[in-house]
Design a binder for this molecule. Structure first.
Ligand code: FMN
Length: 254
């Protein structure tokens, strides 16, 4: 049964995003709901406007490419922070938001991460990966050299938390962790692209060195290392990565 609702008002600057609607949340035992109409967040759009917006989004996201050659041009921290804030609005199992983002711009930390990543990558490319995986990677032209980890202005290490809760400091079991963190990373990549940045989703295997380098607890699993900045003018995209399945091959309508 739904009880009570407070007059929320959507104060977009409010840290929680709830404009104070959560005051008293913890002290009350009954459920509380806020009408979506009071939040003012849903905008009812006509079909033709939805069509235009969906097409415009597709057009924009089509221009996202994984880039492996970045300039050292600085990018304001505020840009990345807003993109991470957007990632933090992803849906998550039981709303536990089982993610933590470490934003690395410090040259010393970046070079430690590069050294550790290259050590793992050397072992990976020298045999740990196995022939089938190396064959799959061959068209990408990647190798153990990860210069971009020092050159790009920002690295974002994303951690998946086994335990947590809807507020910092909680210690409850988390649910659908990979799904939730994967969706948050999708939001993050889309937000960075939308802001005008190139990205590389990097996954040296294993990535446990990130816990050590960034002081994250063992209950957190490194999920992705996202490199972001601007592409060099001569950046190249592998033809292999330009092959995208057409809609007819990824969609079945019933
Ligand atoms: C989970 C995941 C891990 C990836 N790991 C790496 C990586 O370690 N190194 C790399 O160069 N690219 C990595 N990629 C990038 C893929 O190679 C790239 O997304 C794919 O070739 C398609 O290209 P596109 O992103 O330009 O569409 C990864 C992508 C994903 C989603």
């Amino acid at each position: 049964m739904r009880h009570d609702k407070s007059a929320a008002g959507n104060d977009k600057n409010d840290e929680t995003g709830f404009g104070g609607v959560l005051n008293g949340w913890c002290s009350m035992s009954q459920e509380k709901f806020t009408p979506l109409s009071e939040l003012g967040d849903y905008i009812d759009r006509a079909d033709d406007e939805m069509d235009r917006r969906a097409a415009a989004f597709f057009d924009e996201i089509k221009r996202r490419h994984t880039v492996r050659d970045f300039t050292a041009d600085p990018v304001p921290q505020s840009v990345i922070e807003n993109c991470i804030a957007a990632a933090g609005r992803a849906p998550s199992g039981a709303n536990h938001q089982p993610w933590h983002f470490c934003l690395v711009g410090d040259a010393t930390v970046k070079s430690k991460i590069r050294a550790a990543a290259e050590e793992e990558e050397r072992a990976f490319y020298e045999g740990r990966a196995g022939d089938e995986w190396l064959e799959a990677l061959d068209p990408l032209g990647t190798d153990a050299n990860k210069e971009f980890l020092e050159i790009a202005p920002w690295l974002i290490a994303v951690f998946a938390q086994r335990r947590g809760g809807e507020e910092a400091g909680m210690d409850k079991k988390n649910y659908y962790i990979n799904e939730s963190v994967g969706i948050a990373c999708g939001f993050l990549l889309a937000a960075l692209h939308h802001a005008g940045l190139a990205t590389l989703t990097h996954t040296p295997k294993p990535m446990s060195f990130l816990n050590e380098n960034l002081g994250r607890p063992a209950t957190e699993k490194p999920f992705l290392l996202i490199v972001t900045g601007k592409p060099v003018a001569s950046a190249e995209i592998p033809h292999h990565s330009l092959i995208k399945k057409p809609l007819k091959d990824i969609l079945t309508v019933f």
